[in-house]
Ligand binder design. Structure first.
Ligand code: TRP
Length: 336
């Protein structure tokens, strides 16, 4: 029986952190055996924001692949591939650009938030918004449909893009027949992961993240600076664990000492420094197997490249089949 297809992935713009892990990677690892799985390293999409920085994108392609492999994405079960090497994605993007209006693209909530950010950065005139940037959700629709993806495990910021894809698919199918599959977002059970500073989001650009590649020293330094209950001044002051980031991460890592931590904290029987030390130990225990795998792949880069090559070959085969179907439907299958 044909298995359903998963397609998901990330932009190669920097290392992945705990937010990525609990928001999406963990789920991909759990699901990969039950689906035909494709993981896209979206370098073309990364260029929409970093076209002046091609070295940064290039360097992070391999880094991202190593992040994937070190958390347990298994190349025997998942095809990890490079977006720019799949020309059907580029071709589909052009065809889909007729299926969406410019005003609809501006209304995409994720794009909107990004536009706001850009305006804050580059001034208020919107001049910095390129055609490529505005259109990246169209290219994401191509990423998804090029593989007949039906299931897409992603973080919640990607939901608007999935919705946009579904609209493009329906419009396309309405005009050209039932050609494309409609993908559905599958959200992780863990809601968005907060940053060490208590910010609602852990983010690369926010400087509040623990990276999957952080060493023990970095983890220790970061956790020591994590935000705790501001009303707790002395180590035996009672405090509220619900506003403490250290407690939040104890919960996230499912520390089996959790009830103790909570009552001790509330009664003023637990100092923050000791609590942080305990978290550092737990965090390192959690990260150690990931670090070990990373070390292996960093010492076997030729293996990483082989995995990427094979994943990309498989992806090309699949995407070319879908493209053939699409070209037939749009009647641009000349001389066949
Ligand atoms: N937009 C995603 C991000 O910013 C990356 C991405 C590109 C993606 N194409 C995709 C995610 C297709 C899921 C499916 O991280």
């Amino acid at each position: 029986m044909d298995r359903k297809v998963i397609l998901t992935g990330d932009r190669p713009t920097g290392n992945l952190h705990l937010g990525h892990y609990f928001g999406s990677l963990k789920q991909r690892v759990e699901m990969q055996g039950d689906y035909e799985t494709y993981i896209i390293i979206a370098d073309v999409q990364a260029l929409t924001d970093n076209f002046e920085n091609p070295d940064k994108v290039r360097k992070n392609v391999r880094e991202l692949a190593i992040d994937y492999l070190s958390v347990g994405i298994d190349p025997k079960k998942s095809n990890i591939f490079i977006q720019s090497m799949i020309s059907p994605i580029a071709e589909l993007t052009v065809l889909y650009s007729n299926m969406v209006t410019v005003s609809r693209l501006f209304r995409n909530p994720t794009t909107k938030a990004e536009v706001k950010q850009k305006k804050a950065l580059f001034g208020n005139d919107g001049e910095s918004i390129t055609y490529g940037f505005l259109g990246y959700p169209v290219s994401q629709a191509a990423d998804l449909t090029a593989f007949d993806c039906e299931v897409c495990p992603v973080g919640e910021d990607q939901v608007p893009h999935l919705e946009q894809t579904r609209e493009i698919v329906r419009k396309f199918n309405n005009i050209y027949g039932n050609v494309l599959k409609e993908p559905e977002a599958v959200l992780s059970k863990t809601p968005r992961i907060k940053g060490l500073d208590g910010n609602e989001k852990m983010g690369k650009s926010l400087g509040n993240a623990i990276y999957l590649c952080d060493n023990e020293e970095a983890v220790s330094k970061k956790i020591m600076s994590a935000v705790t209950d501001p009303n707790k001044i002395k180590k035996d002051d009672p405090a509220n664990p619900d506003i403490c980031m250290v407690y939040y991460y104890h919960k996230l890592l499912q520390n089996d000492n959790l009830t103790n931590i909570c009552t001790e904290c509330k009664k003023g029987l637990r100092g923050c420094v000791a609590c942080k030390r305990e978290l550092i130990t737990k965090m390192n225990e959690f990260l150690e197997p990931i670090r070990e795998k990373r070390k292996y792949y960093e010492n076997h880069l030729e293996e990483v490249d082989k995995i990427l090559k094979e994943g990309t070959e498989n992806a090309n085969q699949k995407a070319n089949e879908v493209l053939k179907r699409v070209k037939e439907a749009v009647k641009i299958n000349y001389f066949e």
